[in-house]
Design a protein around this ligand. Sequence first.
Ligand code: CUA
Length: 324
Amino acid sequence: MSLGMRFLPAASTGAERFESFFDVYLVIGTLLFVATLGACFYFVFKYKRKTENDHTPYIAGNYIVEFTSIFLIAMWAAVFFLWGWHDYKDLISPRQDEYEINVIGQQWNWQIQYTNGKNLTNEMYVPINKPVKLIMTSKDVLHSFYVPAFRNKADTVPGQFTTLRFEANKIGTYHLFCAEFCGTAHSKMIGKVHVVSQDDFKKWLDGAYVAPKEEAFSQINDKPLANLSLAELGKKVYQEKSCNTCHSINGARVIGPSFKGLFGSEVELIGGEKVSVDENYVRESIMDPMKKIVKGYSPSMPTFRGMLSDEEVNQLIAYMKTLK
Ligand code: CUA
């Protein structure tokens, strides 16, 4: 049962934990507020000057009172810090079998890319009781992906991937907001997140799910692009932007490292530093190829800045993930 945020729907496992935390915080805060103000008023009346000759006694201090109050406040802060840290750590930790969805923020809408190639604007479908990982970026300025019902938000940053994790546990349609002032139409950068049953989600991915009328929102581009999955689109990018000239997909050494088994692995750079090949590393290597060169290869790749859109980068990464 939740006291404080009862007026807001809670629809994720993280939201429930947030609620418990907030409730305790609210109760203790309210008690302290009442106690402090109560003491204030009590002393105002009790020690009100009675005659013109009343004088305030001189009190130098009371170490026991000072120490106790500082100690209690410090303990209170420490408990809430540890509790909050514990929940937060859990919220951002990877889960087994996460369902990945790409999010691109731009002025002023949200682009949602699914691995099967579906592309939506301002609308997201997620299955219930399944850990979801959003891989997010921005085309222009900072935005922030915020779903109040999940009590969860994260900035989207141009030129970089950020992640947001949640597990929805209540079927329904929830608000999606941009929570970072991003320009004139910031307040219109809103959307919907639909939490549907796992069966309905599969149907929706296959294009067979019909949304109830009140649920439908924008329905823009709710079709796989040319019926290709994100990875298949990535394969086209791989060929059309001639990544294939220098990067093989079968493990053969050409000019650059082969894409086979590359994503998710750890590579050693010139200089001995080791980095894991994740979304951010791949993106950086596409845009800024001279920055982190894999040991044993010559620095010969040109930048693809401006030649690959954020959508195409996501497609290419989806393709690389399939090259095990
Ligand atoms: Cu995007 Cu505010």
